[in-house]
Design a protein around this ligand. Structure first.
Ligand code: GDP
Ligand code: GDP
Length: 436
């Protein structure tokens, strides 16, 4: 599970700037779950081979000034509760304030590992001004400049010190369990689906030796295929039985998505596709996970509502067009067999092996069928292709002047590779590597 870092501190100390700095990787994504979490922002970062989630409480603008302190405390406490490590940000130029002392006092009682980052410290590394922050009793101060990118690396070294590097996941055996997560906003029916699954007679829970995951996950077997269900719904173990209890957690959802092979994105047919659904879908896509869209509560909608739902799906989740969409009723146990089939197909697609000779042949056929456009003096020359990774499948194309290959042409190539390898339910990436 990805470690979670929370940024706390009073307004204007530079938390948002630091957040942007920490998530400034190729895979950075800011998922906003407005309404659910007020103004907490969640982003992905990676540092020294370690992926992490960072929560910022900075974007928060209270409506009434009188509420500031209370609201901020609420945000801070919620972020701290979700975090493994807290970075407490103070302002080197403004110096210490009463609010800083309040936050420090709170953090000392919160029982979380906390680091002190003294921001806006560009050009102040040896400055005696930094000494005053020892007063906070937070231990060593880390001088940083979020705006100038100074000191960030050593701050992250310290924050992530205790966490292992990301595991290499490529060479899992063909019969390794499929890690499965059910993601969706509150009330779409996650718990109902999970309980229905776990109550299915064809599903056999088994004890998996050597499971080291901290988060609860349920191993089970279905028709000879092993699965591991990652908790997003608040699973609780009752003796040998698991039970899903509804408690939505953004962090759990994000971690589970990152950790899964296949994500079932659960939607509610009676509600249409909401902003929150689209945010979760966007995060799944950014994470490169295989995904199956399950439209739940299909039993409860009439034909007009069904049409309306299809339309909102088309409008709002167009970017997940590669995913299969299935209508189900978790409550009435309808559509579950096709759902298992789709999960299996998505997993197979995400982990397909694409041998270099075959990819290269497909590439040549595609180019023969339709040449890439010339760009000024350059005509891209696509020579050969190899697989750069799986889950999601990555095709790396080698050749010359490849920076002139258009997005439209990449989509054309992707469609040809997809059709040949029958890839459904997984995003796919095409990377170009020009040789000089
Ligand atoms: P937040 O309210 O804590 O999220 O703070 P912001 O990230 O919005 O930053 C508040 C102000 O401080 C902005 O004007 C930033 O440009 C400025 N700021 C942020 N980091 C630095 C820094 O490292 N050095 C300086 N001099 N200014 C900074
Ligand atoms: P969660 O918050 O996503 O875990 O959602 P729950 O599983 O707690 O379900 C929320 C509500 O939707 C409950 O009242 C369920 O009985 C209801 N529900 C779940 N699945 C279905 C379904 O397939 N059809 C109908 N009609 N209601 C459902």
């Amino acid at each position: 599970m990805k470690p979670v870092i929370a940024l706390v501190g009073r307004p204007n100390v530079g938390k948002s700037t630091l957040f942007n700095r920490m998530t400034k990787s190729r895979d950075a994504i800011v998922a906003d779950f407005a309404g659910l979490t007020r103004d907490r922002h969640y982003g992905d970062g990676k540092h020294a081979g370690r992926s992490f989630i960072v929560i910022d409480t900075g974007g928060f603008e209270p409506e009434k000034p009188t509420g500031i302190v209370a609201k901020m405390a609420e945000q801070t406490q919620a972020a701290v509760a979700e975090a493994d490590v807290v970075i407490f940000v103070v302002d080197a130029r403004a110096g210490l304030s009463a609010q800083d002392h309040d936050i420090a006092r709170y953090l000392r009682t919160a029982n979380k590992r906390a680091l002190l980052a003294v921001n806006k410290a560009e050009g102040m590394v040896e400055s005696p001004a930094l000494a005053e922050f020892f007063e906070l009793g937070m231990g060593e101060a880390h001088p940083v400049s979020a705006a100038h990118g100074q000191g960030i690396r050593s701050l992250l070294d310290a924050a992530l010190d205790d966490f292992p590097e990301d595991e290499e996941d490529a060479e899992e055996g063909a019969d390794a369990p499929i890690r499965l997560a059910v993601a969706g906003r509150p009330n779409v029916g996650k718990s109902t689906l999970i309980n229905t699954w776990l109550g299915e007679e064809r599903l056999v829970a088994f004890d998996m030796p050597g499971t080291t995951r901290d988060a609860i996950s349920v191993p089970f077997e279905r028709n000879g295929r092993r699965f591991e269900l990652i908790d997003t719904a608040g699973l609780r173990r009752k003796g040998k039985v698991f039970e899903a209890i509804e408690k939505f957690s953004v962090v759990k959802t994000l971690q589970a998505i990152a950790d899964a092979h296949v994500v079932v994105l659960l939607l509610d047919a009676t509600q249409g596709v909401s902003d929150q659904d689209a945010h979760i879908a966007g995060y799944i896509l950014e994470s490169g996970r295989a995904v199956v869209v399950a439209v739940n509560k299909w039993d409860a909608v009439d034909s007009y509502q069904r049409q309306m739902f299809e339309r909102s799906l088309e409008q709002r989740l167009a970017f997940l067009r590669f995913a299969e969409v299935l209508q189900i009723s978790a409550l009435k146990r309808q559509g579950l067999t096709p759902l298992w089939r789709a999960i299996g197909d998505a997993h197979r697609s995400a982990t397909t092996k694409m041998p270099t000779p075959q990819l290269t042949r497909l590439l040549h056929e595609a180019v023969e069928h339709q040449q890439p456009k010339r760009s000024g003096m350059f005509r891209p020359k696509l020579r050969y292709a190899h697989q750069g990774g799986m889950n999601p499948p990555i095709v790396v194309i080698h050749g010359n002047a490849l920076e002139h290959v258009t997005e439209a042409y990449k989509r054309y190539l992707e469609a040809r590779f997809r059709a040949h390898f029958k890839l459904v339910g997984t995003p796919m990436r095409i990377e170009m590597r020009s040789s000089k």
